[in-house]
Ligand binder design. Structure first.
Ligand code: SF4
Ligand code: SF4
Length: 400
């Protein structure tokens, strides 16, 4: 079974990648130069590792936020000289880039921003703090009023650190402007991902992931928004003309679980090689990210509320993730859910049982959990499992 059109089958499908996609594909490399120039002109850079990082505060301090989450296998052997091998690859990759000084974005960072999420990450941050100035936010692991009050105190502590490090004043007006800017980016990211509600999706999951990954390195948020909006318009126009990399009956897959990016895209690639169409990423770089900050009321409290409600598995309980996945299954007309867990990630691994039970309570949505790492060692095995899963999903669809 292969529902993905073969390369060259539709000359027009290639147009999706022609202009704006190509431009975004090279954003990461281009932005290294932009970041270097910005540093030379006196701008400060703050490296972040998690969706809980309140980026508005960094922007309001006049600094540039860059994502430093490691998605590559390359620096992992270096990290394993210090960290346990059984640790999550995302943590090892992030640390490996830092100790080998092979990530230009880490290299340019003046300050690292970290949060106490999972055990592995927070202990790794203790080591990272020996390499660069690091500010650690104590993240509550429940989402109630008392936790919000505590989180607000943590946000104020971060404001004081940013003001002292960068000799700036973070005023309510600056926060309001930062909220508007980043909400604009979230709207554009949502609109781009929403093109995949169309059947068939006008962009492959791999290409969508490329865009979501690369825009995380944008130095100029307004430029990123303009690129995203242009790409969305192109994709909608292609879809209107019936152009897609997929056949209409390709199984539509929602990917949930741990963060994925270029370099840790093995499962996305295999799903699409096996004929599936990854139409929605629920994870941190995808739909979890597009929830906006409330634009009325006290800006700092609105920021605190937005970040505390992120439905990551380090929260206990984490009902928000169940609700989000269920909603996205409907909105993206999903045929199957794949829950990806990195080896060593206990929170997502255990929560997979809860998610499966939740999703299969009503409609019995086809569900598969995959536990893997960044290496290619299990690729063939995964291919066999995914192929069988998609065959089963295809069979179910045919019986409808
Ligand atoms: S999965 Fe959780 S800990 Fe990891 S980046 Fe996302 S919010 Fe942060
Ligand atoms: S994937 Fe899991 S173990 Fe890895 S950093 Fe995120 S929450 Fe921690």
């Amino acid at each position: 079974m292969n529902e993905k059109k073969k390369a060259g089958e539709s000359a027009e499908a290639g147009l999706v990648k022609a202009a704006t996609f190509e431009e975004i594909s090279h954003l990461r490399e281009r932005n290294v130069l932009a970041l270097k120039k910005a540093k030379e002109s006196g701008r400060k850079v703050v490296g972040t590792y998690c969706l809980y990082s309140p980026t508005e505060l960094i922007v309001a301090a006049g600094a540039i936020p860059v994502s430093l989450c490691g998605t590559s296998q390359t620096p992992i052997p270096a990290a394993e000289k210090v960290l346990p091998r059984a640790l999550c690859p995302l943590i090892k990759s992030s640390y490996g880039f830092a100790i080998t000084d092979t990530c230009p974005y880490f290299h340019f960072a003046d300050l690292l921003l970290a949060e106490t999420t999972c055990d592995g990450k927070k202990k790794m941050y203790e080591l990272l703090g020996e390499l660069k100035p690091l500010h650690l936010m104590q993240l509550p692991q429940v989402q109630d009023e008392a936790a919000l009050d505590y989180w607000l105190i943590e946000l104020k502590r971060l404001i004081r650190r940013l003001e002292a490090e960068f000799v700036v004043e973070i005023t309510p007006q600056r926060l309001t402007e930062a909220i508007a800017l980043l909400n604009g980016e979230r709207r554009s990211l949502k609109a781009l991902q929403d093109v995949c509600r169309r059947k068939p999706a006008p962009i492959s999951g791999m290409d969508l992931l490329t865009v979501l990954h690369n825009r995380g390195f944008s130095v100029d948020k307004r430029e990123a928004v303009e690129l995203l909006d242009r790409l969305t318009a192109e994709l909608l126009a292609l879809s209107d003309r019936g152009i897609s990399p997929f056949s209409a009956n390709a199984p539509r897959v929602l990917l949930t679980g741990v963060p994925v990016g270029l370099g840790s895209d093995k499962v996305v690639r295999i799903v699409e090689e096996c004929g599936g169409s990854v139409v929605c990423f629920e994870s941190c770089g995808g739909y979890k990210k597009v929830d906006p900050v409330e634009e009325s009321g006290d800006p700092l409290r609105s920021i605190a509320e937005k970040y505390l409600r992120i439905p990551c598995s380090c929260m206990s309980p984490n009902a928000g993730r169940m609700e989000l996945v269920e909603r996205l299954v409907q909105e993206f007309s999903v045929d199957a859910v794949i829950d990806l867990t990195w080896q060593g990630c206990h929170t997502y691994n255990i929560e997979s049982f809860t998610l499966k039970k939740h999703l299969q309570g009503g409609v019995r949505m086809p569900f598969m959990q995959i536990e893997t790492d960044y290496s290619e060692s299990d690729s063939e095995q995964l291919k066999v499992r995914i192929e069988a899963f998609l065959e089963m999903v295809g069979g179910k669809q045919a019986k409808k």
